[in-house]
Design a protein around this ligand. Structure first.
Ligand SMILES: [Zn+2]
Length: 96
């Protein structure tokens, strides 16, 4: 991983991505690198008032190809997924 590349990603994310709920910009300390694979980075942004947001950033050389911002994960979604999984006995029960 190239630290300069990572710094650039953080700057770009900070400039371009805002909390979808309140429009707050994310500070550097609220942007976390979750994982990376080759030139694709998975970031988590935390808003102090809302659920975290996940974004994947693809780098092409020194250029940022795309930022895909996934939907925020709400606590309810996690709980309901957990309940579905813990109730289900087989994979067929989960996927219906
Ligand atoms: Zn927010």
């Amino acid at each position: 991983m190239n630290p300069k590349e990572l710094q650039k990603i953080f700057q770009t994310v900070q400039k371009n991505i805002r909390c979808p709920h309140c429009g707050e910009r994310y500070d550097f300390e609220n942007i976390h690198l979750m994982s990376f694979s080759g030139s694709v980075y998975l970031l988590q942004m935390e808003c102090s008032n809302h659920a975290p947001l996940l974004a994947s950033v693809a780098m092409n050389g020194a250029r940022i190809e795309q930022i895909t911002s996934a939907s925020a994960i709400s606590v309810n979604e996690v709980i309901s997924a957990y309940q579905t999984i813990s109730k289900a006995k087989t994979l067929k029960d989960i996927i219906g």
